[in-house]
Write a protein that binds this ligand. Structure first.
Ligand SMILES: Cc1cc2nc3c(=O)[nH]c(=O)nc-3n(C[C@H](O)[C@H](O)[C@H](O)COP(=O)(O)OP(=O)(O)OC[C@H]3O[C@@H](n4cnc5c(N)ncnc54)[C@H](O)[C@@H]3O)c2cc1C
Length: 468
């Protein structure tokens, strides 16, 4: 482990000289608010040594320059809704650099369909600003009411509309970045095509704050579809529900969202919300959103979906109230942690056409190992959030149970051509898995990229992998 410098009073004074008194905090009551993100594993909680609140790219650059001179880690942070402890200090300690004061929408250009924002704007506010101009910002993570757009870019967040519009990387034209050495640069451009060197913005996006701090984003906007319908198809078996993942594209139906909830997830969310849900006794849900500018086309799609889902074993198919059904889907995560405070949430991703096979394998592993699980999925993306639940498993058996389940599960995921994380990232929590499952050549190239950007290993060190 690289020895870093402890943060002294002298260094705090230098930070105050850059950012002013209000831009720096070492108040223990404040620091404790940054000891975690939305991950629940206490072993990763760690209080930082200081938190800084820059308001400009120049502030961020000055902090990073100081950090390089003084040899101190800097951990970028958005809203802290991540689940992998990427925005939390680790054993290296260091300064949390919060983007919460860089929260302005700088321009919404309805004519040219783009928006310029700072990283600390809430995703829901980005969506609302686009909507006010009759446009759509297509990124839509379930945490949209609280997460920041800079955090979305840094994790390459997915979410509900990724099946149609792609992940956050696909919603961004360009970014302003402060490099780990403290230089300000712009990566990417508002072009439809470009073959001018390496597309560096593509690797900074999704690098979980290890290759640069994003200080400005130019986002793509698309026309807001005129008509939108949410069909709820309810299936008795997971197998039947999953069979529509491959059937929809074959039938020429391109959903905007295709979200799966298994029966236990439906029940636990029903209990959490205190609102009766249809067929919650046996139903596995598929929420299928389709959009169009043509009203007749929407009617045709509803008829086609009704037929297709019934052909694939649905016990009920109907047009759902959008607000009501998305409330169920978006509250699942909180409902599940409320019901089972001790659990491990996975973010498996496989090719979408392998998701049914993955679920079958996981069901078998769960039964064989007597480890209870429940799952929801961004099914159209092959991205499965499976919660491994402690329930009645004795404390002393729990870690070994999780390890055994994960070993069998990740082996299945990789056999099916998948990866550890579809959208949450690796952070601090999954770096051992990353080291184990990643091809050594690929991992060595990633470390070489990190060294090229960050020769002193100052920016979010020890996240995704350890450089040495
Ligand atoms: C209830 C719930 C639902 C969720 N649903 C989804 C979902 O549908 N899809 C999905 O993808 N994720 C989801 N997440 C996970 C999380 O919300 C996303 O990963 C989100 O993108 C994190 O944004 P944030 O602003 O909270 O980032 P943080 O948690 O603060 O940080 C995340 C990572 O980004 C880095 N970072 C943050 N800002 C910057 C910046 N400006 N420059 C450089 N690095 C930066 C941090 O260092 C860290 O590594 C969910 C989480 C919860 C709790």
């Amino acid at each position: 482990m690289k020895p870093y410098q402890k943060i002294t009073k002298d260094i705090i004074q230098k930070l105050v000289d850059i950012l002013g008194e209000k831009g720096v905090s070492t108040d223990p009551d404040r620091l404790v608010q940054y000891e975690r993100d939305e991950g629940v594993e206490r072993e990763f909680f760690r209080t930082p040594d200081a938190v800084v609140y820059p308001t400009t790219a120049e502030d961020v650059a000055a902090v990073l320059q100081l950090a390089n001179t003084e040899n101190i880690p800097v951990i970028p942070r958005g809203a802290g809704t991540g689940l992998e402890f990427g925005a939390v200090a680790n054993t290296y300690g260091g300064i949390i650099l919060s983007t919460e004061k860089m929260n302005r929408i700088l321009e919404v250009n309805g004519e040219k369909m783009y928006m310029v924002v700072e990283p600390g704007v809430r995703t829901a506010d980005v969506q609302a600003a686009a909507k006010a101009q009759g446009l759509l910002y297509a990124g839509d993570p379930c945490s949209g009411d609280s997460c920041f757009i800079g955090g979305n870019a840094s994790t390459n967040a997915g979410g509900n509309r990724a099946v149609r519009y792609g992940t956050t990387r696909d919603q961004i034209y360009s970014i302003e970045v402060v490099t780990p050495l403290g230089q300000i640069t712009r990566l990417g451009s508002r072009l439809k095509k470009v073959s001018t060197g390496y597309p560096l913005e593509k690797i900074v996006i999704g690098s979980e704050g290890t290759l640069g701090i994003i200080t400005k984003l130019v986002l793509k906007l698309v026309p807001l579809p005129k008509y939108s319908v949410n069909v709820l198809a309810i299936f008795k078996t997971i197998d039947d529900a999953m069979s529509i993942v491959n059937a929809l594209p074959k039938a020429g139906i391109e959903p905007t969202c295709l979200e799966f909830m298994d029966n236990d997830s439906v029940r636990v969310t029903e209990k959490f919300l205190g609102e009766k849900q249809p067929h919650s006794d046996i139903g596995n849900y598929m929420i299928i959103q389709v959009d169009s500018n043509d009203e007749d086309r929407i009617d045709d799609l509803c008829v086609a979906l009704d037929e297709l889902c019934h052909d694939h074993g649905a016990i009920d198919v109907f047009v759902a109230d959008a607000e009501r059904i998305w409330k169920v889907r978006k509250n699942f995560s909180e409902a599940s942690t409320t019901d089972s405070p001790i659990m491990v949430m996975e973010d498996f991703v496989v090719p979408a056409d392998e998701l049914a096979d993955l679920l079958k394998e996981l069901e078998k592993i769960s039964a064989d190992q007597k480890t209870p699980v429940r799952s929801v999925a961004h099914a159209g993306d092959g991205n499965l959030h499976l919660d491994i639940l402690k329930k009645d498993i004795p404390d002393d058996q729990w870690p070994a149970k999780v390890e055994a389940f994960e070993k069998a599960a990740y082996d299945a995921v990789y056999r099916l051509g998948g990866r550890i994380s579809g959208e949450h990232g690796i952070g601090e929590k999954r770096k051992n898995l990353m080291a184990h499952y990643t091809d050594p050549v690929e991992l060595a190239l990633m470390k070489a990229v990190k060294k090229a950007f960050d020769p002193n290993d100052i920016l979010n060190p020890g996240k995704i992998f350890d450089v040495e």
